[in-house]
Design a protein around this ligand. Structure first.
Ligand code: NAD
Length: 424
């Protein structure tokens, strides 16, 4: 397969630098001219705000909040808001670009954005987090908007924070505007099917890739790293379609059962056990790192970034990797995986089921109508399958791995739209 060396970027094991290096390779394959390359590389807007918040003890603490809009070329920008001490402007910028490519790959009419507040939500009371969320939203009233920029949950935020954001924005406008954020509680206009959407998209991508590789799901074995929202739903839905999930893991370690783990039982155990599989008796406990190199047909990293690296890529035995997590494979590992002939359904394709159903939430809010779970699933499955087929075809056309093909599809779409729209 055609392989262009990555751009001379400082730290290729850093997930965001890794992402930019794939952007660079795809841009070269497309023959993107320098002007458009620079437009697509640079974020459209960056906002940094100071948020003075009265804490429960009466003191005033100042937090820093960010929102970066990478692109609005395809439509209003979309992306989560992260609450974490590690939040900084460079990370937010990179994650915003990532959202542009992800939305473009699955062909939903959104640009990309990301936001964040540098804080430790675990050390704050619900009241403090509510004041911080409302203050952040108020300071972003001219940035956010259902036709401008639509936030969603990310690390450290969830339906509760989205409800506060929706309410704060709505108060400032003097009317209820539920389409301004997605990932809301169902009663506030959240979509059915959103919770399992990312895992479901991973399942659809895995089955589509297995069809190309002629792997029969009923005979296939799977290992799934991470047993949270993405990993557990992906494992459950694949098991329901005949797959044998021989190993799953979480922060407590990995669990192996050659005959297949009963995923429904594992989920029930986790739900009653503080969210972890520690003590699960339906499988033998093995070292967490060993999961990645098991003799399985399909490996699904669905925990965190940067777990498949130049150090362990050579030992991977799976024929297919389906990336549930964002950035689980470093770009140094790409070449090794590619040389071994392993197919990768890359993150910006395989985990885009979540943003797809977020888009459906926004569509339903704007229609003032609710879809059934069945309709949500049917439409998101179709989008995921179509996106897979387009990326697969592109990988054959350009003779490149699926990851580069996904970037080619995304960059080509945004670049063409930019050229039609024109600039100054
Ligand atoms: P989560 O917090 O629900 O679950 C994460 C899981 O990974 C937990 O089971 C945790 O114990 C496990 N884990 C953490 N470190 C681990 C390690 N070193 N080894 C094995 N397991 C480990 O998170 P999530 O929402 O499932 O997200 C997982 C990944 O998917 C992240 O990279 C996230 O960015 C990405 N993602 C999530 C969504 C979504 O809709 N939730 C959408 C797109 C991408």
């Amino acid at each position: 397969m055609g392989y262009i060396e990555p751009a001379p970027i400082k730290d290729l094991e850093n997930p965001f630098e890794s992402m930019m290096s794939r952007f660079h390779i795809a841009a070269q394959h497309l023959g993107l001219d320098d002007e458009v390359y620079n437009v697509l590389k640079s974020p459209a807007r960056q906002v940094i705000v100071s948020l003075p918040i009265t804490m429960d003890d009466g003191s005033i603490q100042v937090f820093e909040g960010y929102r970066v809009i990478h692109s609005t070329i395809l439509g209003p920008s979309k992306g989560g808001v992260r609450y974490d001490m590690g939040v900084n402007i460079d990370e937010v910028k990179a994650l915003a670009a990532w959202m542009t490519w992800k939305c473009a790959v699955v062909d939903i009419p959104y640009g990309g954005a990301k936001g964040g507040i540098k804080c430790n939500p675990r050390a704050m009371s619900a009241g403090e987090i509510e004041r911080l969320t409302r203050s952040y939203t108020e300071s972003m009233v001219d940035v956010f908007g259902p036709d401008r920029d639509i936030p969603a949950p990310d690390m450290g935020t969830g339906p509760r924070e989205m409800a506060w954001m929706m309410d704060a924005y709505s108060r400032s406008k003097g009317m209820t505007v539920n389409a301004v954020v997605t990932g809301k509680p169902i009663v506030l206009g959240g979509s059915l099917g959103r919770t399992e959407a990312t895992g479901r998209g991973v399942m659809v991508s895995a089955l589509a890739a297995m069809e190309k590789l002629k792997i029969n799901p009923y005979k296939a074995t799977f290992a799934v790293q991470g047993f949270g929202n993405v990993g557990s739903f992906a494992a459950l839905l694949l098991a329901e379609r005949g797959g044998t999930i021989v190993s799953v893991s979480d922060i407590s370690g990995a669990y192996y059962n050659e005959k297949g783990i009963n995923i429904q039982e594992a989920i029930e155990f986790r739900n009653l056990n503080n969210g972890t599989l520690e003590g699960f008796l339906g499988a033998e406990k093995i070292d967490g790192n060993d999961l990645l190199t098991l003799e399985v047909d399909v490996l699904i990293p669905a925990a965190k970034e940067d777990v498949i690296t130049a150090e362990n890529a050579n030992n991977i035995k799976a024929r297919l990797i389906v990336e549930g997590a964002n950035g689980p494979t470093s770009s140094k590992a790409d070449k090794i995986i590619n040389d071994k002939g392993i197919m990768v359904a890359p993150d910006i394709l395989a985990n885009a089921g979540g943003v797809t159903v977020s888009y459906f939430e926004w569509v339903q809010n704007r229609l003032g109508y609710k879809w059934t779970a069945e309709r949500v699933n049917r439409r998101s499955d179709r989008i995921m399958k179509d996106a897979f087929d387009v990326v697969y075809k592109t990988s054959l056309q350009y003779d490149v791995p699926m990851r580069i093909a996904a970037y080619i599809v995304a960059i080509d779409k945004v670049a063409k739209t930019y050229k039609f729209r024109g600039g100054y």
